[in-house]
Design a protein around this ligand. Structure first.
Ligand SMILES: [Zn+2]
Length: 677
């Protein structure tokens, strides 16, 4: 190559405009080789001090991420056939290499030597923490094992990843295998036109006239929420709730034996690493101390939510009887009844609210909120190399004008951009001897672009999304930790990493904040208070029932993993039945086989971790409540003890440093309207 590869440039920011697809593979070849050489150098040196081994490893990681992060980002926001191809090649190289690096026994041994040195106890807490987390990562990956145990552990990993693919494929195949062809439109009475268009498209895919009801999510939603035909709802419910199970019409996708095998292997892997069970293994990297702490939290929630859930169920029964002529309320009636109640009693038209949230207003409001909370300002820059005309770049500056960090915003949907919203790391904060790298983040959303001479208009959901992702961004860019592996979101416990994002979300439900940032696109008028009140009531509609459902899934997941014993097997149905009789206010039919399609815990990363959703809500609601109590210094506390501290301490220590106590459950209940006052 004649010109310099921009992906390898040692610059503060990537030169996005200069990056071409043909830069990717050569850059990654070089970056991976450099990482391999740097780690080898760090582990074979005579020195076994922190800088020689650990700081050098952090530097190697930083350099590798610096080359790869812009590629991953571009593949998500500026897709072209050539880039997609280059990204896929780079991705394959990275996956293979990370596997190799993660199993590097010499690297592990070298870091262990650092930890064994006499001066280790007097290193700074951050350095010790980085060493501890690195060693833990290697141990959990089986690198510390010797001989047969090590081989067995690796074999289990391979078999589990194969099973996880087969589990999700069985769910997908079972989803595709069932359908019901409808030619009489009356059978779809109640289903909105937009949903019917989706069902018609499914029919066209198969060369059929009319509509095809399938088990794909939009179809299940459309029928369960809207179809007046009760028998149709019952058929869809049954087909959906027995997917990939022994209760399905077609049993060839049954995941039952796979679940048994997955649970047995997880238990064995945990035992090899000296854990009592696979829940303990999973919780090793989480904030909750052990399964019991998470289970107690869930039990407490269930007990507190139950009276409200029972009241909500009574109301639904009464509504179904009086307005829908249903004398009994079956599992396949519940979503339909709830949706009808929601529409009639709490109708909130997201479209009608959009004029109150023009993007420029919302952005200005967000900037003001961030300044008010954390005493930092976002300052727009126009001299930065970007990948698209829609993209923006901001410096984050301190009160005295010092630049602390940077953030890219790319907010509008367009062709070649992946859907959804996310935050990603561009650069980590890193103090490497005399060199200092500022943290930089990407914030990406898919809002409707400006049209008809008007700015982009956001729904309230969009505002919530923007605040959520800004929470992740702030966690990254307000880091004050010098080592990348324990700064910002890096190294933070799985069940605590959503604390800043959900914390920020709360402000989109805060009356003063939301009304304050609103401004009607034509009149400038603020969002009327009664519209806000309706929005809030809709949010809390059937919150008790929804909470109990989450508690049910989370408890099932924890008990299944904690109580597994080789002699008795996984006991999926027994465990689910026991949890339901303890938690649920409405018992699903005995043939419901929800677990057989629960890919998040059997094929995804949520094993003994589903409770994390509720746990993070607990933390964020509690933290937000401390703000709502009006103490002025709270923003500075949150910034210092949680955002700036990252993973330099445990999440539990961060929370206690911020709140002065451990998390308490009342704020979560209050946010769901389950507790008055
Ligand atoms: Zn998030």
């Amino acid at each position: 190559m004649t010109d310099a590869n921009p992906l390898l440039a040692d610059s503060l920011l990537p030169d996005f405009a200069a990056i071409r697809p043909d830069h990717v593979v050569p850059a990654m070849e070089q970056a991976i080789a450099a990482h391999r050489a740097a780690v080898a150098h760090a582990t074979t040196q005579a020195g076994d001090d922190f800088d020689t081994v650990v700081l050098a490893s952090e530097r190697a990681e930083f350099d590798l991420a610096r080359a790869w992060a812009p590629v991953g980002h571009l593949a998500s926001v500026a897709d072209t056939p050539a880039l997609r191809e280059a990204h896929a090649q780079g991705q394959a190289m990275m996956t293979a290499y990370l596997m190799e690096a993660g199993q590097n026994h010499d690297h592990y041994a070298a870091i262990e030597k650092v930890a064994a040195r006499k001066d280790f106890p007097i290193l700074s807490p951050d350095k010790k923490r980085a060493v501890d987390l690195a060693l833990r990562g290697f141990r959990l990956a089986g690198v510390a094992l010797e001989g047969e145990a090590r081989q067995r552990f690796l074999d289990i990993g391979v078999e589990l990843s194969d099973l996880s693919v087969k589990f999700s494929n069985a769910v997908l195949d079972a989803t595709e295998a069932w359908s019901e062809h409808i030619t009489d439109e009356d059978a779809l009475a109640g289903v909105p036109d937009s949903d019917k268009a989706i069902l018609a498209a499914y029919a066209r895919e198969k060369g059929l006239p009319g509509w095809l009801v399938t088990l794909r999510q939009p179809s299940v939603q459309a029928i369960m929420l809207h179809a007046q035909d009760r028998a149709l709802r019952a058929r869809v419910y049954r087909a959906n709730a027995t997917r990939a199970s022994d209760m399905a019409e077609d049993r060839s996708f049954d995941n039952g034996e796979r679940i048994e095998r997955i649970m047995a292997l997880r238990h064995e892997a945990a035992a090899i690493l000296d854990f009592s069970d696979s829940a303990a293994h999973s919780l090793e990297t989480k904030m909750a101390q052990d399964a019991q702490e998470a289970l107690s939290f869930l039990d407490d929630l269930a007990v507190r939510a139950r009276p409200m859930a029972e009241r909500e169920l009574d109301e639904a029964r009464q509504f179904a009887r009086e307005h829908l002529g249903l004398d009994s309320l079956e599992a396949w009636d519940m979503p339909y009844v709830a949706e009808t109640m929601r529409r009639i009693l709490h109708g909130v038209d997201q479209e009608a609210m959009k004029p109150y949230f023009p993007l420029p207003c919302v952005l200005a409001g967000t900037e003001a909120l961030i300044e008010r909370l954390f005493d930092v300002r976002l300052r727009r820059r126009d001299d930065i190399s970007l990948w698209h005309a829609d993209a923006l770049y901001y410096d984050l500056v301190d009160r005295d004008g010092t630049i602390l960090a940077g953030v890219y915003l790319d907010l509008f949907a367009r062709a070649g951009k992946r859907g959804g919203a996310w935050m990603d790391v561009c650069r980590s904060r890193f103090r490497d001897g005399n060199r200092f790298h500022l943290p930089v983040a990407f914030l990406t959303t898919n809002f409707a672009p400006p049209a008809g001479g008007r700015p982009s208009l956001l729904t309230h959901n969009d505002v919530v999304t923007l605040f959520h992702e800004f929470g992740h961004v702030l966690h990254h860019i307000l880091s004050e930790i010098d080592l990348p592996s324990i700064g910002g979101i890096s190294g933070v416990e799985w069940d605590a990493v959503e604390l800043p994002s959900q914390f920020m979300e709360n402000f989109a439900w805060d009356k003063a904040t939301l009304i304050g940032l609103s401004g009607h696109v034509d009149t400038g008028e603020a969002l009327p208070a009664d519209l806000f009140d309706r929005l809030l009531a809709a949010r809390q509609f059937q919150a008790g029932l929804a909470l109990l459902r989450q508690v049910e899934f989370a408890t099932f997941d924890l008990l299944l993993h904690r109580d597994y014993a080789p002699a008795s097997g996984a006991r999926v149905n027994e465990t689910l039945a026991a949890v339901r009789s303890a938690v649920a206010v409405m018992q699903p039919p005995a043939w419901n086989r929800f677990a057989h399609a629960f890919s998040l815990i059997f094929a995804g990363g949520y094993a003994a971790g589903y409770y994390s959703y509720l746990w993070a809500e607990l933390l964020s609601a509690d933290a937000f409540d401390l703000f709502a109590q009006g103490d002025e210094g709270r923003g500075a506390d949150f910034r210092r003890e949680i955002l700036a501290a990252g993973a330099s301490r445990t999440a539990a220590e961060n929370f206690r440093a911020f709140a002065g106590r451990s998390p308490e459950i009342e704020a979560l209940l209050r946010s769901k309207g389950l507790l008055t006052a």
